[in-house]
Design a protein around this ligand. Structure first.
Ligand code: NAG
Length: 224
């Protein structure tokens, strides 16, 4: 199943990293789109070898509530479709078989999300605060999040900077800094922010549309 694929993959990646002697002093990681939250799970679950810099390029750090190219805030049809999807997405069978469902974050059904989201609610400390996750994430020197300013695939695009829709409605968004996750510092992100470890980069363009010049100028320096 897909869920197993994801879980197995995080632990498989962990054991591959652990066996590579070249990485023993640490490594930098860059994840594109869903790879952004996937690698954050790796950082949280596998501290050895240490990840130094994590770059999430268009990652859905707070999940999604919407379908690609179907903006729920501005289209009635899109809003209707995502509401219809809600009831089914947290059943175990869907969570296990549909990879997109693992990132589904329904702000109108917060309890369901917290209880049944197998991947995202776990790594975002929605059920319990796992002190290990919090400690491990803070071992990063830098956590860089790239948001595509005209993203029409990821809804809401705020999730690429760890923001999301405010709970209980599906129009207004909040930033990471306005969220409970940050205010209660359940994941150590407020501490990292205070230490200057969080960088928020914005780039013009749709999902994963960037130029080689931009990549070289903005992201490559983090990898040195
Ligand atoms: C916390 O995360 C670690 C690392 O993945 C895991 O081994 C442990 O079981 C988790 N604890 C809880 C309470 O979920």
């Amino acid at each position: 199943s897909y869920r197993l694929w994801v879980l197995v993959s995080v632990s498989m990646v962990c054991s591959q990293l652990a066996q590579d002697p070249k990485l023993k002093d640490g490594y930098n990681a860059m994840g594109f789109s869903q790879g952004g939250q996937f690698l954050r799970a790796v950082a949280q679950r596998c501290p050895s070898p240490p990840m130094k810099t994590l770059i999430s390029v268009g990652g859905q750090q707070q999940g999604v509530y919407g379908l690609p190219k179907c903006p729920g805030e501005s289209s009635h049809i899109c809003d209707w479709i995502r509401k219809k999807l809600n009831s089914g997405v947290y059943t175990d069978i869907v969570q296990k078989h549909l990879v997109q469902a693992q990132y589904w974050h329904d702000p109108l059904n917060d309890d369901l999300y917290k209880k049944h989201s197998l991947f995202l609610a776990d790594i975002n400390q929605e059920r319990v605060v796992n002190e290990t996750y919090k400690k491990n994430l803070q071992l990063l020197d830098k956590f860089v999040m790239v948001k595509f300013l005209q993203d029409s695939v990821v809804d809401p695009a705020d999730t690429e900077w760890f923001g999301f829709l405010k709970t209980g409605q599906a129009k207004e968004t909040e930033t990471l800094q306005e969220s409970v996750l940050y205010k209660e510092d359940r994941l150590g992100l407020a501490a990292m922010d205070a230490a200057g470890k969080l960088d928020f980069l914005g780039t013009e363009g749709d999902h994963l549309q960037f130029t080689r010049e931009w990549f070289n100028a903005k992201l490559v320096p983090y990898l040195r």
